[in-house]
Ligand binder design. Sequence first.
Ligand code: ZN
Ligand code: ZN
Length: 611
Amino acid sequence: MVLASTHIPRPQILSRKNKDSNNDDYFNNHGRILLYPNQCTDMSELKKIHAHTIRTTFPDDPDALFVYSKILRFSSFADLDYSYRVFNQIENPNSFMWNTLIRACARGVNRKEQAIALYQRMLELGSVLPDKHTFPFVLKACAYLFALFEGKQLHCQIFKHGFDLDAYVNNSLIHFYASCGCLESAEKVFVNMPERSLVSWNVMIDGHVQFGQFDSALKLIREMQESFEPDGYTMQSIITACAGLGALSLGMWAHAYLLKKNDIDVAMDVLIKNSLLDMYCKCGSLEMAKQVFDDMHTRDVTSWNSMILGSAMHGRAEEALEYFSCMINTESFEPNSITFVGVLSACNHRGLVSEGRKYFDMMVKAYKVKPVVEHYGCIVDLLARAGFIDEALDLVSSMEMRPDAVIWRSLLDACSKKNASIELSEEMARQILETEKGICSGVYVLLSRVYASASRWNDVGLIRKLMTDKGIAKEPGCSSIEIDGVAHEFFAGDTSHPLTKEIYGMLNVIDERLLLVGYLPDYSQAPMVDELHEGKQQSLRLHSERLAIALGLLNMKPGVPIRILKNLRVCNDCHQVTKLISRIFNVEIIVRDRARFHHFKNGSCSCMDYW
Ligand code: ZN
Ligand code: ZN
């Protein structure tokens, strides 16, 4: 390897033109380099220059060091291993060289550990001190690796070396802490910064969005606007926050703001449009999503995926499948794993069993997409709900990975509805409890439903006792509704809202109107013992979405749908009642529950009662 010879001093030929005619282009009559390595087009050119530099210069010649820096920089992008070898041959690399290699590793795939190791070596050798460019790169690697311990040490060294007031370094610290989930530490750095840039705000806001703290993200954006105009990155964070919160009116404000500003560059444009698509789909306005999609000049796979997933979530399976066919046939895009999650969930939300089987097959055989747990989740749920429990079980046993609790839950859910054997249901429940501890409460509720449907009340009681003994509580249902840009949140039986009196009055009005149309409550999904006797109707009518709908009816505006966001699945009874309300009060109600959207209008729901 030619690189090994760099340490052997060679005669310097700086005063004569090099005899090697191939190198004529790179050197002038005095042997000085004309074409620097950063002007190379590829590695073979760079290697020629490198070889010539070795032959004609002493390693510690300032000119040679300059060329080596350039060689390092070029190769750090084109061939990182080569870069590493060059670096190892340099006796006293300067801070630029260290930073070049650390940055390349921090950016590289599977190289992040090397960035941290290089930094450690730099400290150990002690010949150069880290500077303000070093820390951001190492912090970036730490952020990626969730290396909280190492990152905290870096924070100390930033103080030690006197870079604690540097905006660039502090922005990296905020990003590092936010990526590791330490929002409080990120906030401390942010608050103590002598001067915050737009980047500081964006990093802080994005940190909150990434961790689902949408409310505080939006609060930060309002504060930021006192000193900075939001840019493309800020807008993307706002839109993502709106999607998470289901805050449609704020999302629409962001959209209008973008249209007015109209100065987002093209690369950012696709990203932002994609987040707009996602936001509109998640906030229940598929029509607006379609408009954005139709107006897009450039679309990528993510754009198509958003429309497929969005249509699926809204129960419009045919449209989802049309988007899919257009994407692969007309536009010749290669569908990816997420595309098929959309396609399969479209089939699932509509109970399209044979299509589901067909697309699952197509995914594996024609597109060689390896099915992941989400794909299995859709197809198993689809088969199980349609009553093909054995086929679903066969599929589960063919899975390469361990089925997750969601899959077992689908099966148990199907068993409870299709009156499958109690033994099979119990086996499912056992599997869920073994797989995941987190969603236990759902399992107990489902199992108690199985026992209730078989009138095994003793077992229902046993399950209830088990839940109490183990301190397992049902995940509380929570619904929110946005009125004039403000989100109002309700738990079941909530009496904390300032308009509680009016809301409960409205519930009474609803009850009276429901009685008139001959409504009978459906208790099938409330089989817990205490709910089965007195108070069960009371508990159903106080489900969180009912309170939110009542508030929506109190604030109803003609032609504006009531939009509700719910954390759990809608229960049978609430579904039936919401359908009736949409007819009685002549209002469109859009509910986003844990799994999908329901559009209630004129007494029916877009899910066609299949959810
Ligand atoms: Zn309910
Ligand atoms: Zn529905």
